[in-house]
Design a protein around this ligand. Structure first.
Ligand SMILES: *Cc1c(COP(=O)(O)O)cnc(C)c1O
Length: 493
């Protein structure tokens, strides 16, 4: 491949090996084997290689331009509206990035003695306190590296609790049919068998179905609230009662907590353990699979089983407590994804209590604004309930003219938007889950709404071969599956 950059709208950026030309250098290192080299290096000469075959050779500007060009080929939150339901792609304040990179935080070594790291320990401890307050629980553990990791830890604690009571028969867990796929996965890793609870016609958990399933072989239930249809589970307290009465515990998936912060607390509603997705609720760039942090908050009954070490405060001194006889052990190296936790701390401290409440109100208002403007143009499965922070549409009315959710998603790309979450939750046919978040302006929402209304009126022919304006247009999925190219190989002439 020759040439690079934006040629029309075709992605033509070669990889570094292809851009390489012999003798180009980005940095001058002392020559191997010379006096200069051996003096500085800790690596014995016997372990040094003479040459690395096919190692790309480029100058610094060539490398900078390569990665700068690549960064413009992707859609980003800093570039446009990104209404990916359940993922909470809100604006990530740049101040939080700056603070997380302060030398004292970024360079802190996790093996530093407690007395030499009181600053960062104070920050983590205060974050624990704030998350405890926000969730209405008794304590918080910051260790998990993602929401799904928090789920796993939460379920491990529930299992440890039952085992400590010699209650060995609880091998099943109840999970609603609208749940995120990570819920059954976390349960399965704990050797629990998933039992699906059906949603009622109002998109919420059906109490009759729950009552029939709840028994003394059930370890607990995993519930997302608001649920993945963007609806508040209004019978949550009754659900907790039914589960508790038969000795089960309630796991609260807190991925949608940005619809509750400052308004309602899962601990007050009866939940026993929950995870935060700090990268969603309290911001952090988290596209492409990371990074994240999934602290959990829990009631006292689960506290003895917390993973080691536990961050505690004694006489104004912060330290890690390893002396925990009932602990389930460690769930990761060191103490959590600290860089992400610092960002969450900044977000919470910058907004304060009233700011967090306003964040929630605005997120819910924005989603309901979209719902109200679109409900005469799209099928809205749970039309007569207000939504929370996200609105769920379906392609039912579009199907009459053969238009599908996938068509709308591909067309939105050409209109400059990231598509919403599509075909999730599974209980709604052709789902489009739209989450605007609180950080979008009225003008952005109106532009999106007008675009959606325009697309709803288009005939099926309009959608053929879309998108046209992205760097990668409609991909040949059959060819990709039959003849996958998974490895770069040097083309030898
Ligand atoms: C995002 C999400 C998860 C998983 O969280 P990760 O941080 O991506 O591991 C779990 N449940 C729900 C409802 C989610 O939206």
């Amino acid at each position: 491949m020759t040439g690079y950059g934006k040629t029309g709208l075709v992605l033509t950026e070669p990889i570094l090996h292809e851009l390489s030309s012999k003798g180009n250098k980005g940095i001058d290192l002392p020559v191997s084997g010379t006096k200069d080299y051996t003096q500085d290096s800790q690596i014995p000469n016997s372990l040094l290689r003479e040459d690395i075959s096919d190692f790309p050779e480029l100058s610094e500007p060539e490398i900078v331009r390569h990665f700068t060009r690549l960064s413009t080929y992707n859609y980003s939150l800093d570039g446009g509206f990104y209404p990916l339901g359940s993922c909470t792609m809100k604006y990530n304040p740049k101040l939080n990035e700056v603070v997380s990179q302060f030398e004292g935080f970024a360079q802190a070594h996790p093996l530093t003695e407690d007395e030499d790291s009181q600053g960062i320990l104070r920050l983590l401890y205060e974050l624990q306190e704030d998350l405890t307050e926000i969730s209405g629980m008794d304590t918080v553990c910051l260790h998990p590296s993602a929401g799904s990791h928090g789920e796993l830890l939460g379920m491990m604690l529930i299992c440890a609790y039952h085992e400590s009571r010699k209650d060995f028969n609880r091998k099943k867990v109840l999970i609603p049919d609208s749940a995120h796929g990570t819920n059954p996965s976390s349960a399965a890793i704990c050797d629990l068998q998933t039992v699906t609870v059906k949603s009622g016609p109002d998109g919420q958990i059906d109490l009759t179905a729950l009552n029939e399933l709840m028994d003394e072989d059930i370890a607990g239930i995993m519930i997302t609230n608001p649920n993945c249809c963007g609806l508040f589970e209004s019978r949550f307290e009754q659900i907790c009662e039914i589960v508790h009465q038969k000795g089960g515990l309630v796991y609260f998936d807190g991925a949608n907590l940005n619809a509750l912060v400052g308004m309602a607390r899962p601990g007050d509603m009866g939940a026993d353990v929950l995870h935060f997705n700090t990268h969603k609720t309290f911001s952090t760039p988290h596209g492409g699979g990371g990074p994240g942090a999934g602290p959990i908050a829990l009631k006292k009954i689960l506290e003895p089983f917390l993973p080691k070490p536990v961050l505690v405060k004694k006489n104004d001194f912060f330290h890690w407590d390893y002396n925990r006889s009932e602990s389930i052990g460690r769930v990761r190296s060191f103490f959590g994804n600290t860089g992400v936790l610092i960002r969450a701390y900044c977000f919470i401290k910058t907004l304060g209590a009233s700011g967090l409440r306003e964040m929630t109100e605005t997120a819910v208002l924005n989603a309901n604004y979209i719902k109200n403007k679109l409900e005469n143009h799209f099928d809205v499965p749970f039309k007569n309930q207000n939504c929370m922070h996200e609105v769920l549409l379906s392609d039912k009315t579009l199907n009459e003219k053969q238009v599908t959710t996938l068509n709308i998603a591909k067309a939105l790309i050409d209109k400059g938007f990231h598509p919403p979450t599509i075909y999730f939750p599974l209980i709604v046919h052709g789902a489009m889950l739209i989450e605007p978040t609180e950080s979008e302006s009225r003008a952005t929402l109106d532009h999106f709404i007008d675009t959606m209304i325009d697309l709803a009126e288009k005939p099926v022919e309009f959608f053929e071969n879309l998108p046209q304006k992205s760097y990668v247009s409609k991909v040949d999925e059959v060819k990709a599956a039959r003849t996958p190219v998974l490895r770069w190989e040097k083309i030898r002439s």
